[in-house]
Design a protein around this ligand. Structure first.
Ligand code: SF4
Ligand code: SF4
Length: 430
């Protein structure tokens, strides 16, 4: 039995459940939250502000959406989701400007807000300071963000998630976004009824990669897969937030042992069909993490129902952190590692891949457009001119003019909720 370093007590999985104690082995202790260099986070935020990949990688996004739309069933599901989700997104956008519906008493509302969030079905709730360093450049100054952020995670159903990548998993993925979006709007109404402002942010229309604020609020830690791993359901949740000026107390980051455990586990790293996950951690924009190779992930997501294998094969998603930590403390082993139950998955048209087996892709599989659509048009002009003996012909210029005009007229849609691995939840995409 490994020596236990510390214990973490969290509310039970469902509202009203008995609190759960997580015993973290001493050898997995690192720091609460994530190792971070605040000066570097400040510097990158100021000198290289983060931007929405719907803008910076628009060319590959359009390419991926076209490929996905070739799957008739998924195209219909996506259209249906966008129709149903649009009113929720519009209501969230308007929520920042809604006035409170009662007079504030000045009391600390932390517990009432947390109770309400749990009643509404959120599996995790924590509160932190709103961190403007993680707001996309294009969203800075566009709206009000109140000084506190309520970080909310909604569980995604277990059974369909275990069939990832599949149509069923994509259906539950998008329906979870809609359910949590509606619940977050309800939480906003509750806060306004207590005399304060409340702005719903996220759930398919995010202001930025907000996992760092969730980590600061003690709701979980960043996994090697790039998702937030929450204690009860790991990455099997969708996140949304409410910013507010209510009188609340901030939570603190927690060391759940996940930062070190991922280096031992590595199941998602080994099982990723695109070989897109890094084995070792690096320092990136002031944070120590396993960086994801976006260029190896998107081509897989685009062709295999949003992929998400890294979610499916995570033992914390499947068995919960308590079982995983207890098993590790007792045996020194990763629960489920090496089993078909945890590691197996099937890719449509490719077949089943058990532990130790990975698909092989044809040459050119990972080729995709890069940059925004204007940059991509210019790159193609250069390549075609080179192929024509370094001649920029009138025909090439005409094609380029048309593509640039189309690029300049594109709107920046931010609803990515049927995107498989959710770009906006995921700081690894930045
Ligand atoms: S979603 Fe991307 S990172 Fe995750 S398993 Fe698939 S290809 Fe790998
Ligand atoms: S599969 Fe293992 S390494 Fe990957 S995120 Fe889950 S716990 Fe971490």
């Amino acid at each position: 039995m490994l020596k236990i370093g510390h214990e973490v007590v969290r509310p039970g999985k469902k509202y009203g459940d008995t609190p759960v104690t997580f015993a973290i082995p001493e050898e997995l202790e690192t720091v609460p939250g994530i190792p971070m260099n605040q000066r570097e986070v400040d510097w990158y935020s100021r000198e290289y502000p983060i931007e929405n990949m719907n803008i910076t990688e628009r060319a590959s996004r359009d390419w991926a959406n076209n490929l996905r739309d070739g799957h008739v069933e998924m195209r219909e599901i996506r259209k249906e989701h966008e129709k149903l989700n649009k009113p929720l997104i519009l209501a969230a956008r308007l929520s920042a400007d809604l006035e409170p519906t009662a007079k504030a008493t000045g009391e600390d509302l932390t517990q009432q807000i947390k109770d309400k969030a749990r009643e509404l079905g959120f599996v995790e709730v924590g509160i932190a300071a709103f961190d403007h360093r993680y707001v996309y450049q294009s969203k800075r100054g566009a709206t009000t963000y109140y000084p506190h952020i309520i970080c909310l995670a909604y569980e995604q159903d277990f059974e369909p998630t275990q069939t990832i990548p599949s149509v069923d998993a994509e259906i539950v993925h998008s329906s979870t976004y809609r359910t949590e979006g509606a619940a977050a709007l309800e939480l906003g109404n509750f806060i306004r009824s207590k005399g304060y402002h409340a702005q719903v942010a996220g759930s398919g229309d995010s202001f930025g990669p907000y996992i760092p604020m969730f980590v600061a609020a003690g709701v979980g830690q960043l996994g090697a897969c790039g998702y937030l791993l929450t204690p009860h359901v790991g990455s099997r949740c969708r996140i949304v937030s409410v910013t507010t000026d209510a009188n609340v107390t901030h939570d603190k980051p927690i060391d759940y042992g996940i930062h070190a455990f991922c280096q031992v586990c590595q199941v998602c790293v080994n099982r990723c069909p695109g070989r897109a996950l890094m084995r070792d951690k690096i320092w990136w924009r002031g944070i120590e993490k396993n960086k994801l190779y976006f260029k190896r992930c998107r081509p897989v997501m685009a062709r295999y129902l949003g992929c998400g294998v890294c979610m499916k094969v995570c033992p914390i998603q499947k068995y919960g952190l308590k079982n995983v930590m207890d098993h590790y403390a007792a045996t020194g082993q990763v629960l489920g590692k090496g089993t078909h139950d945890l590691e197996g998955y099937a890719l449509e048209g490719k077949g089943y891949f058990g532990p130790g087996e990975l698909p092989v892709f044809e040459a050119g599989f990972f080729d995709m457009p890069h940059g925004d659509t204007g940059e991509w048009a210019f790159d193609r002009l250069k390549a075609k001119a080179k192929a024509s003996g370094n001649q920029v012909t009138p025909q090439l210029m005409d094609e380029f003019r048309k593509e640039m005009t189309r690029a300049l007229n594109q709107s920046v849609e931010t609803n990515m909720a049927v995107a498989g691995k959710q770009e906006e939840d995921n700081p690894d995409y930045i």
